[in-house]
Design a protein around this ligand. Structure first.
Ligand code: NAP
Length: 364
């Protein structure tokens, strides 16, 4: 497997993927071809051999000549191009960050530190579509799958605090524009209440930049991510339970539900978990299970100084480790556990499982 197409390489996920692949020398031995949906013919990324011109990401004939395609372009692109390629008889590997194919019967959701056995079985059985999980689902599992491994989890409620970059490059730029408008509202000598009134007026005003988010995120938050489902959940909330089940492919269906909230963090998603255990497992055993599950999980002591230093979006931004802290039994009862976890959604929540899947398929 050598000829690999990359689509969506200049978006948030794609640019982090390019950085990681260069940092790990993943391009060595591969012949990458870069595509664009909007900039065909212009210069592509320079991965050390000079930029090549970008190919048209809708050109089925060129795509069909590739051994594998890695796309971070988004679900609309996948919905248009994937069926055309398969209909044209293409049998290459499709590795995708978007959600469109995640729940298809013949696809697998990939998170190899958690479900490598499922992936290996899938490759053996001829699976060709390998799809990255929703970012909060990946980060939740990377943080606490030690509890799943021990079959201790009865159910989970997850309350998320998701960053602007989770919505893509344009949204991230808009958050900074919103912050800029608010920052420029501050004049010397204003009282805090006067400042709040000026700022709130700007946030409610028609001039406030909100084309992407539809409302103010800077100085506020948005308790809605993705579209509405029939049962009142948002699709982001629906993914928690359904994607976890597909990743783990366990015998037991573990209920997972909660609320997903967009906050004004730039990068990295956080979540507060309430976990109903099926036994009064000692906290020391829980800590050992969490830290022993994979090499990236990092337990943060339940103390203020450690929390401020290690359990915030900025403390994990650009880092591969997943922090799990505020871990304690709840006062509700000894089988109720709470913790707070934060990780870089552009790394383990998006780019990292894709590049690792490519390497698995390339036999590296
Ligand atoms: P994105 O930043 O919006 O990029 C997607 C595409 O938008 C780019 O490839 C580019 O395509 C185009 N684009 C338009 N304006 C741009 C700009 N100013 N800067 C860069 N690109 C621009 O989307 P994304 O967040 O990377 O998400 C891609 C897919 O991954 C989505 O399906 C998303 O749901 C999924 N995902 C995202 C995250 C996350 O944290 N962001 C996590 C997990 C999964 P052209 O070059 O072809 O114009």
């Amino acid at each position: 497997m050598k000829n690999i197409g990359f689509i969506g390489w200049r978006g948030m996920v794609g640019s982090v993927l390019m950085d990681r692949m260069q940092a790990e020398n993943d391009f060595s031995g591969l012949s990458p071809v870069f595509f664009s949906t909007s900039q065909a013919g212009q210069a592509g990324p320079d991965i050390g051999v000079g930029p090549q011109p970008l190919q048209d990401a809708f050109d089925i004939a060129i795509l069909a000549g590739l051994d594998a395609i890695v796309t971070c372009q988004g679900g609309d692109y996948t919905r248009v191009v994937h069926p055309q390629l398969r209909a044209a008889g293409w049998e290459g590997y499709w590795i995708d960050a978007a959600s469109s194919l995640r729940m298809e019967e013949d696809s697998l959701i990939i998170l190899d530190p958690v479900n490598r056995a499922v992936i290996d079985r899938g490759i053996e059985n001829g699976v060709k579509d390998f799809i990255g999980a929703n970012c909060t689902v990946s980060l939740m599992l990377m943080g606490v799958h030690g509890l799943f491994n021990n079959n201790w989890v009865e159910w989970i409620s997850s309350m998320t605090y998701q960053s602007a970059s989770g919505a893509g490059a344009e949204n991230m730029i808009e958050l900074i524009q919103q912050m800029g408008v608010l920052g420029r509202s501050c004049t010397p000598g204003q009282s805090a209440l006067e400042l709040e009134q000026v700022v709130s007026g700007k946030m409610r005003g028609t001039e406030f930049p909100q084309e992407q988010f539809g409302t103010a995120l800077a100085g506020s938050l948005i308790p809605w991510i993705d579209r509405c489902m029939d049962n009142g959940q948002t699709r982001e909330e629906w993914k928690g339970e359904n994607e976890t089940h597909k990743i783990l492919q366990g015998e037991r269906f573990i209920p997972i539900d909660g609320q997903c909230v967009r906050v004004g963090a730039m990068r990295c998603h956080s979540q507060a978990l309430t976990i109903k255990l099926n036994a009064d497992v000692p906290l020391a055993d829980i800590e050992a299970a969490i830290t022993g599950a994979n090499e990236w999980v990092q337990l943060v002591p339940n103390e203020k100084a450690a929390t401020l230093a290690q359990l915030t979006p900025i403390s994990v931004s650009g880092q591969l480790h997943i922090s799990v802290g505020r871990l304690r039994k709840m006062t509700i009862g000894p089988e109720y556990l709470t913790c707070f976890t934060v990780g870089d959604q552009l790394l383990w929540g998006a780019a990292e499982p894709l590049r690792r899947m490519l390497l698995i398929l390339a036999g590296r």
